[in-house]
Ligand binder design. Structure first.
Ligand code: F6R
Length: 608
């Protein structure tokens, strides 16, 4: 979950590290640090502190750092509290390390190497540094030291290492936790994720697992642990150079909400032919969708919520068996998986460890797999038989927005594709669905144009401590996501409930201090939904209603209403979701919170 950067090249390293860590801060933001080689003193110097990257900037402000080689880290605490001592980098002897992941056997290593008295922090990382240092002392060679040390480490790790005796050289090795790297005119660079590299180059490679990387200012060399040299496999990043900038928005979350029409257009584009879904460009054979008897979606958080919308569509359109599983629970629930199961792993980052492990488990059980991923070349993308990329561009705000709606767009394409090739819908029906799907960006555009009205509704929620979101069918599926969004960025306790279920218990919590957000977009469920809304209204709740324009009637005008532009009911999840994202955003920003970096969270969850 932590952000990592390493640079060795022509330029001064301090501004490069600070800049990259600022970009990577969404991965964790409780402490920050950097280590640079000081050529005058012939040793590595470490600057670090609890707090944000801006605090680290202050720590190094008046320091004369001339180095052109260094490593940096922004932390999401796992072992040890948030304090200066636990911030990375960690130095032991001749070795300085930054780390992402967890060294599971760190306690055993402390005993084996008798490290207890020499440790200055409570972190597993410092233990890894100490083991590396011991191995370095024994072998006198960084490569041999890394080879020996990693054989001792259990768990997931991306380690970036400086050895005192080798100025201007950066080493790295990883297991599971990602590292991407590049070599450009400016030097060699590596990072925990692509966003840190976008300003430098559009070429990068993913460091293979258990491969030692040695970077100098004009070379990158890699070896397997048995000493075989490995060539980097370069990929091209299709993100625009400045796509990770805020472009004048106060927060990434707002920028990313606003980018959704383009992101969805880019995701649909190239995936239809003559108005019919076509996945030739993704190299996906039709048999992937015709040979399966059941579908299982594995994902976490927002990505899992996208799966729930898909579940409704699959049931309605295909009448197929589908499960949507929280990836973190999946393996431990003895899931029914066989070679007739199509497992779909959904992830923005492509690095969520629970989703990755769930996918691996399903594949071991014989399932065929498809991944819906935003970050190219990420671990889940590489693990899956097939991949469909959501072309959302970099998503930096911790709260996911454009990744979600682009995941939905891919799911709609899959449903229409399956309905077509399984003979459930004919050409004309599918073309009509695709025509409507292609209207989604424009319709989202009009929600965005009307965002001031959502802001007005948001102002009515600023004092709320608890809140309910209610709806039925597809509306309920998207409210789960709307509620997650609100709680994570505004810290209001929000629960999404199927409207009809409310009476079976939770209605006891409704008072005049419990606002209720209701979404009504499904004509066939409307009259029941409106009855449920009146039930809570008559118990004192203030209602904020998000309703499809065509469904507005005289009786709904008594509520604070946001009118959602019309699409066929099946597609109303798009405008409704965007309106709920705006609601969460405005509540958070009006409360003065750091919208992009909610308390306790990190963007990429690489620990189980
Ligand atoms: C919430 C959010 C998280 C992620 C979840 C999965 O706004 O962003 O719930 O959706 O951690 O992350 P990915 O999609 O990267 O696997």
């Amino acid at each position: 979950m932590c952000g990592i950067i390493g640079y060795t090249g022509k330029n001064k390293v301090k501004p490069i590290i600070i800049d990259a860590l600022t970009t990577l801060e969404y991965r964790g933001y409780d402490s920050a640090g950097m280590a640079v080689y000081n050529p005058d003193k012939k040793r590595t110097e470490v600057y670090k502190c609890a707090g944000r990257v801006r605090d680290l900037s202050k720590v190094c402000e008046d320091k004369n750092i001339d180095s052109t080689c260094g490593i940096g880290h922004t932390r999401w605490a796992t072992h040890g509290g948030v304090c200066d001592a636990n911030a990375h980098p960690h130095t032991q002897g001749s070795v300085t390390v930054v780390h992402n992941g967890i060294i599971e056997n760190y306690k055993d290593l402390v005993e084996e190497y008798d490290l207890a008295s020499s440790l200055k922090s409570e972190t597993d990382t410092e233990v890894a540094a100490a083991v590396l240092d011991r191995c370095h002392a024994e072998t006198g060679d960084p490569k041999k030291a890394i080879t020996k040390a990693v054989r001792k480490l259990k768990g997931t790790f991306a380690l970036v290492i400086l050895f005192d005796g080798e100025p201007d050289v950066i080493y790295s090795i990883r297991n599971v936790s990602p590292i991407v790297a590049t070599l450009s005119e400016e030097g060699a660079m590596l990072a925990s994720d692509l966003t840190a590299l976008t300003r430098f180059t559009n070429k990068y490679f993913v460091v293979p697992e258990y491969t030692i990387v040695r970077m100098t200012r004009d070379s990158v060399t890699m070896w397997t642990l048995d000493g075989r040299e490995v060539e980097p496999e370069y990929l091209t990043m299709d993100w625009e150079k400045n796509s990770a900038d805020k472009n004048g928005y106060p927060f990434y979350m707002e920028k990313e909400i606003m980018e959704q029409p383009k992101a969805i257009r880019d995701t649909i584009s190239g995936r239809t032919k003559a108005g019919i879904p076509n996945f030739e460009a993704d190299n996906i054979p039709d048999s992937l969708f015709t040979d399966c008897e059941r579908i299982c979606v594995v994902a976490c958080g927002t990505a899992m919520h996208a799966g729930l919308v898909f579940q409704s569509l699959v049931k309605t359109r295909l009448q197929m068996h589908i499960d949507v599983e929280m990836a973190s629970e999946f393996m431990y629930s003895d899931p029914v998986i066989d070679d007739k199961t199509l497992v779909i792993a959904v992830s923005q980052s492509g690095e969520t460890i629970d989703t990755l492990e769930a996918l691996k488990y399903a594949r071991r059980k014989g399932a065929r797999s498809l991944a819906i991923i935003n970050v190219k070349g990420s671990s889940i993308a590489r693990e899956s038989d097939y991949v469909m990329y959501t072309n959302a561009g970099p998503e930096i705000a911790v709260a996911s927005t454009k990744a979600y709606t682009t995941q939905l767009a891919v799911f709609y394409l899959i449903v229409y594709k399956m309905a077509h090739i399984r003979g459930v819908m004919d050409d004309d029906e599918v073309r009509e669905c695709i025509r409507n799907l292609k209207r989604v960006p424009e319709v989202i555009g009009s929600v965005l144009d009307g965002r001031k009205a959502v802001h007005v509704i948001a102002r009515g929620l600023l004092e709320a401590k608890d809140l309910f979101m209610i709806g039925r069918g597809l509306d309920y599926s998207i409210l789960l996501e709307g509620s997650l969004k609100l709680k994570e960025v505004s810290y209001i306790h929000s629960e999404a409930y199927a409207s009809g279920e409310l009476k079976h218990g939770p209605i006891a919590l409704i008072t005049d201090n419990t606002p209720v957000v209701a979404v009504v977009t499904q004509e066939r469920l409307m009259s029941k939904e409106l009855s449920n809304i009146r039930e809570v209204k008559s118990r004192g709740a203030a209602i904020a209603l998000f309703i499809k324009a065509d469904l507005i009637q005289q009786s709904t005008r008594e509520f604070d209403t946001f009118m959602l532009p019309n699409l066929p009911d099946e597609l109303m999840v798009f405008p409704a979701s965007v309106a709920l994202q705006l609601l969460a955003y405005y509540v958070s920003s009006d409360k003065g919170f750091d919208v992009d970096k909610p308390r306790n969270l990190a963007k990429v969850v690489t620990v189980e």
